[in-house]
Design a binder for this molecule. Structure first.
Ligand SMILES: Cc1ncc(COP(=O)(O)O)c(C=O)c1O
Length: 388
């Protein structure tokens, strides 16, 4: 079949494809420990689910305002004021979309097009490169390394910059590496981008899931962050609400307005009941913080289990993540991690190969699973590598 040039280089999401494959194998009767998808198993917090159900019962089921219901945009602004140094965001600066995925695409599409370049530090989330391409712009990959803890080196950014550089995509805590950028590094990046007029799109979806001292620094914490800064976050990870499909972008009013115009011509925004559920998740402070503390404790437990259980596996190097929900590992002696992930699936464990994150030679394992699942996964991974 002939498709348009718009989608000539489009491939389906590698991570979604892998989980679908794992599910299929399971349905055929195979025993598969699925550590592939970036989906927490903790389940939607009751108080947020109830708010969504209440919205349905109250008949709040008409088209919501395209940019997001006022209750949710207010709750997001208040949440950001409480948990970052952003004091004066206005709800007009917030766009609610069906997940960070859509919010990010809306902003990218408005900022970068044919002839523009977008800097993408690698390893990176699978959808960044395809989204840049869909916008017609050119992704320029900027490597971060295992040896440097995957912390972005501003000098490498500068080396990759050209006159056509429009946007830098940031993601800390990082999927898949688990790297967290400290305030100093974020400050240096912000200073660099301000100097060169490069937009910063900061995907902070794992910000609250940091091991150690409170949330990971946000670009909103950087005192002199340039005007051209957009922060993206949502309910999928910290609240385990993936299926509700709520994410947001917060940034300059003009860009948010344009991204909302784009959304008005594509989806008319996110589902109304989901927005009320998300308003509760962000807005009800005590319940929200209790949920995040509980998730973090469970995640800290599985992280410790994986770090200990896989520490001395031959052929696999591991690095304890600073944040996020993944264990990122390096395969020694092979760069074809796609093949390896395939073989590992045959041995009963689904994980995602580094190729999906522009970083062959690595494997990513989801840690936001229950302990028993992870224990069995570790047992199988060990057995697989020990057999060579
Ligand atoms: C870095 C990153 N950004 C965005 C998303 C997508 O989030 P959402 O479910 O809000 O679309 C994910 C999900 O895996 C992610 O890992």
């Amino acid at each position: 079949m002939r498709f348009s040039r718009n989608v000539s280089s489009l491939e389906p999401s590698a991570t979604l494809a892998l989980s679908a494959r794992a599910r299929r194998l399971r349905e055929e009767g195979h025993s598969i420990v699925d550590l592939s998808a970036g989906e927490p198993v903790y389940g939607t917090p009751n108080f947020a689910a109830e708010a969504g159900i209440d919205a349905v019962h109250a008949g709040r089921l008409g088209y919501p305002p395209n940019q997001g219901v006022p209750e949710l945009r207010r709750a997001i602004v208040d949440y950001l004021a409480e948990t970052t140094r952003s004091a004066d965001l206005d709800p007009a600066q917030v766009l609610v979309s069906a997940g960070v995925k859509q919010a990010l695409f809306n902003c990218l599409f408005c900022l970068a097009g044919p002839g523009d370049e977008v800097l993408v530090p690698t390893p990176c989330w699978t959808s960044y490169r395809p989204q840049v391409r869909l916008a017609g712009a050119e992704p320029v990959l900027v490597e971060t390394t295992w040896e440097e803890g995957f912390h972005l080196d501003p000098e490498r950014l500068e080396a990759a910059r050209t006159e056509r550089t429009r946007v830098l995509l940031l993601n800390s805590p990082n999927n898949p590496s688990g790297a967290v950028y400290d305030a100093e590094l974020l400050g240096a990046i912000a200073e660099w981008s301000g100097r060169h007029g490069v937009w910063l799109l900061s995907d902070e979806i794992y910000r609250r899931l940091r091991f150690g001292d409170g949330p990971a620094p946000s670009l909103l914490d950087v005192p002199a962050a340039p005007e051209r800064t957009v922060v993206l976050d949502g309910v999928s990870k910290a609240f385990a609400m993936t299926g509700w499909r709520i994410g947001f972008a917060a940034g300059p009013r003009e860009l948010i307005g344009k991204a909302a115009d784009l959304q008005s011509q594509t989806t008319s925004g996110a589902a109304a009941p989901s927005q009320y559920a998300a308003a509760a998740a962000f807005g009800r402070r005590e319940e929200r913080e209790a949920v995040i503390a509980d998730f973090l404790e469970r995640l800290g437990g599985t992280r410790a289990l994986a770090v200990e259980g896989l520490a001395d596996v031959p052929g696999l190097e591991i690095r304890a993540p600073e944040g996020g929900i993944f264990l990122w590992t390096r395969v020694t002696g092979s760069t074809d991690s796609a093949d390896l992930a395939d073989e590992l699936l045959g041995a009963g464990v689904a994980c995602v190969p580094g190729e999906a994150f522009e970083s062959p030679g690595h494997l990513r394992f989801n840690l936001a699973v229950d302990r028993e699942t992870l224990e069995e996964g570790i047992r199988r991974v060990r057995a697989f590598f020990e057999q060579g």
